[in-house]
Design a binder for this molecule. Structure first.
Ligand code: MN3
Length: 199
């Protein structure tokens, strides 16, 4: 079953002025689409290898599955994690586990932004649920797949690859991450994901 590029849950210009239509078009239609294509190509090659019994490409296939598969998943979440008129703070069960895990929402916010800003090169800031001890963790992923913990489930993801902000924010990554947190985060989508992974 081939993977497909999910449509954006809003118009291309819906996140302006905090995220430009030009960036969103390129990011969704070109970059995310390329990860979907890459994942499908890698899975086709795995199927071909299974049929032929020729596993000489196994190492690069495993890398492609991790890179493109993670890129597809994270971008699919990222679009839902934003909305026009977003920002603010979470409430209910999500607010409670944030407080329990980080001390306060402001402390979480400080850690999440600092982690996102500090990624060297391309990567993501990630808020994830760790089922093993029922806690939240903030991780900084490099590329799409490096520096995770096994067994965590992402709830909120922030793209800090240059393609996500450079046309608008140039080298000012902290301005992009602040705009994301203050004006774009869709906490309802984070709460919905938290409810789903808790089941
Ligand atoms: Mn991206």
């Amino acid at each position: 079953m081939a993977h497909e590029l999910p449509p954006l849950p809003y118009e291309y210009n819906a996140l302006e002025p905090h995220l430009s239509e030009e960036i969103l078009r390129l990011h969704h239609d070109k970059h995310h689409a390329a990860y979907v294509t890459g994942l499908n190509a890698a899975e086709e090659k795995v199927q071909a290898a299974l049929k032929s019994g020729d596993f000489t490409a196994a190492n690069s296939l495993a890398k492609d599955l991790a890179f493109h598969g993670s890129g597809h998943l994270l971008h699919s979440m990222f679009w839902k994690n934003m909305k026009p008129g977003g920002g603010g703070a979470p409430s209910g069960d999500l607010a409670a586990i944030i407080e329990r895990s980080f001390g306060s929402f402001d402390a979480f916010k400080g850690l999440f932004l600092a982690t996102s800003n500090a990624i060297q090169g391309s990567g993501w800031g990630i808020l994830a649920y760790r089922w093993k001890d029922d806690a939240l963790v903030v991780l900084g992923a490099e590329n799409h797949e490096d520096r995770t913990q096994w067994g965590v489930k992402p709830l909120l993801v922030l793209d800090v690859w240059e393609h996500a902000y450079y046309l608008q924010y140039q080298n000012r990554r902290p301005d992009w991450t602040k705009a994301f947190m203050d004006n774009l985060v869709n906490w309802d989508s984070v709460a919905e994901m938290y409810g789903w992974v808790k089941k």
